[in-house]
Design a protein around this ligand. Structure first.
Ligand SMILES: Nc1ncnc2c1ncn2[C@@H]1O[C@H](COP(=O)(O)OP(=O)(O)OP(=O)(O)O)[C@@H](O)[C@H]1O
Ligand SMILES: [Mg+2]
Length: 507
């Protein structure tokens, strides 16, 4: 569809872009095509200027306004021009996209690109992850799954901008893929208990696990890993604890913290003071109520292609406990994937700044490790945060695709601008003016940054306002709501083998 004509200005057309007189209303951010000597070039509209010679001279406008309105006397409205500035994206050639090496002629016709051309230009995939529609064209924003998850994804925005909705849309899209299209497994660290609706939508594929029921099995935990949970422990205490654990492991029987306490008491090679210090640490760990003989769940078991496990951490108040559970789950998943014992997995991490902050945190090491190495074996993170400035820079630097929604805080915007060259001061302005549900998507997933209207998640909204949510939480805590959407912690956790997990079969 022809939409305008290239004009000659003092600056362009040149190899970077051109100005064209638009025939009708157009929008900034739209993609257009134009003939150049190499073939058909594509460009994006970066700015639009409206001119009208009748209104160019203030004296003339004033003269007419004295006698009424200029528009009443002259056909001024017919002379309004829309001048669009367009910047080249590339020219399509047999090998893909090239740089534009020679500008279009003034007078050249400008076309609106077709949906197919645009999809190809942007690197969208017909069978990709459908997150919504482009803001400037009625074209579905379907992101290629491999390109999206080959590295990690960040969903960053201020509170209430639509991050969690966007993350749930991604999960929905993964769960609706056909097996032959390739389906990763999904684990969601659901800090606010918002993802339960996925179970209603996908009863056999998405399951909610109450975070309070998660257990860390001591019998299989190394001393180094245990130490991560008590970083303040000294090196000497650590060596002593290691000896105690080693003795217990040698018995070949499973053990819990009480057994560790008993073993410390029995140990003859420990001084009274050492024993006291170790017992103190063990009591500290006991107070968390997360340690047991074996893991629950057995994490490799919950990684099922095309299925999602939602770990509802909302009823755990202690941040340290949440960090410990997430740390353990991530190490177990990482090791299992590293050894190819489980299929490719995508882990969604809500409130990522709580788990991988710029300062120290129990869970930071494992997250940074996955951030650096995960892509080598298809272990992707989707980090969701409302405070990009507080996120670990190691993590942010390993993110391949960004979904940035409305952000107005100048510190956050500045931080993003410094961490990504895709964010110019112009895009930063656009990010602060996005409305709820709109996003700028850039990075590995697309050839060119795009603005997308993210669709609403399909599942029923579990919570209405804060009042309804409080009522639902209260009823849940009183056991008034049937918990079909939650996996009950089986009483047999204590005695079950670490390898089999009969209580948990997501499919
Ligand atoms: N794509 C969308 N289209 C329409 N409405 C949306 C969209 N995304 C979110 N909303 C609405 O905006 C509100 C906030 O969305 P959401 O909970 O996803 O925000 P958030 O960024 O995760 O907020 P928080 O930082 O508080 O976690 C919700 O009530 C939701 O219905
Ligand atoms: Mg949210």
């Amino acid at each position: 569809m022809e939409i305008g004509t290239v004009i000659a200005t003092s600056e362009d057309p040149d190899v970077f872009g051109f100005t064209f007189l638009a025939k009708r209303e157009i929008k900034a951010g739209s993609f257009v095509g134009v003939g150049v000597p190499q073939g058909k070039a594509f460009a994006v509209i970066t700015n639009i200027v409206r001119t009208n010679q009748y209104f160019a001279s203030p004296e003339i406008v004033r003269g007419f306004e004295l006698r009424g309105s200029l528009a009443d006397v002259m056909p001024a409205q017919h002379w309004e021009c829309w001048l669009a500035k367009a910047r080249f994206v590339g020219v399509s050639s047999a090998e893909g996209f090239d740089r534009v090496l020679a500008p279009p002629s003034p007078g050249e016709k400008v076309f609106l690109v077709s949906a197919d051309e645009l999809s190809e230009l942007l690197g969208l995939a017909p069978a990709g992850v459908g997150i919504g529609v482009l803001r400037t064209h009625p074209v579905p924003a379907r992101l290629d799954l491999t390109r999206l998850f080959q590295k990690h994804v960040a969903i960053l925005a201020m509170s209430g901008a639509g991050k969690s909705n966007c993350a749930q849309v991604l999960v929905e899209e993964i769960l609706t893929r056909r097996p032959d299209q390739g389906r990763p497994a999904v684990i969601v660290m659901d800090v606010h208990g918002e993802y339960g609706g996925l179970h209603e939508e996908f009863p056999s594929q998405a399951h909610v696990l109450d975070g309070r029921h998660v257990r860390i099995g001591l019998s299989t935990l190394s001393a180094e890993r245990l130490r991560e949970f008590v970083p303040e422990m000294s090196g000497a205490q650590m060596r002593e604890l290691k000896r105690v654990l080693f003795k217990l492991k040698q018995t070949g029987r499973s053990f819990d913290l009480d057994d560790v306490l008993a073993e410390i008491e029995r140990a003859e090679d420990l001084t009274r003071a050492s024993k006291q210090a170790l017992v103190g640490w063990i009591y500290d760990l006991k107070s968390l109520h997360v340690f047991d003989r074996f893991d629950f769940p057995f994490w490799p078991d919950v990684v099922v292609p095309g299925a999602a496990l939602i770990v509802d951490l909302s009823r755990i108040t202690s941040l340290r406990k949440k960090q410990i559970l997430v740390t353990h789950a991530l190490w177990e998943l990482f090791r299992a994937r590293e050894r190819r014992h489980v299929p490719p997995v995508v882990v969604f991490l809500e409130e990522a700044h709580l788990f991988a902050p710029s300062e120290n945190a129990i869970s930071k090491r494992v997250i940074e490790r996955i951030a650096r190495e995960g892509r080598k074996f298809h272990f992707s993170l989707v980090v969701i945060s409302q405070r990009p400035v507080r996120l670990s820079t190691t993590l942010l630097s390993q993110v391949g695709s960004n979904i940035i929604m409305r952000i107005t805080n100048p510190y956050d915007l500045d931080h993003l601008r410094r961490s990504s060259e895709a964010i110019t001061s112009q895009t930063a302005d656009m990010i602060s003016s996005l409305s709820v549900g709109e996003a700028l998507v850039f990075g590995e997933a697309v050839n060119y940054p795009i603005f997308v209207r993210i669709r609403k998640k399909k599942g029923r909204k579990i919570s209405g306002g804060h009042f309804e949510q409080a009522a639902i939480d209260f009823e849940r805590s009183m056991n008034l709501i049937p918990r079909e959407s939650r996996l009950e912690t089986p009483d047999h956790v204590k005695n079950r083998s670490a390898v089999s997990s009969p209580a948990f079969s997501p499919l």
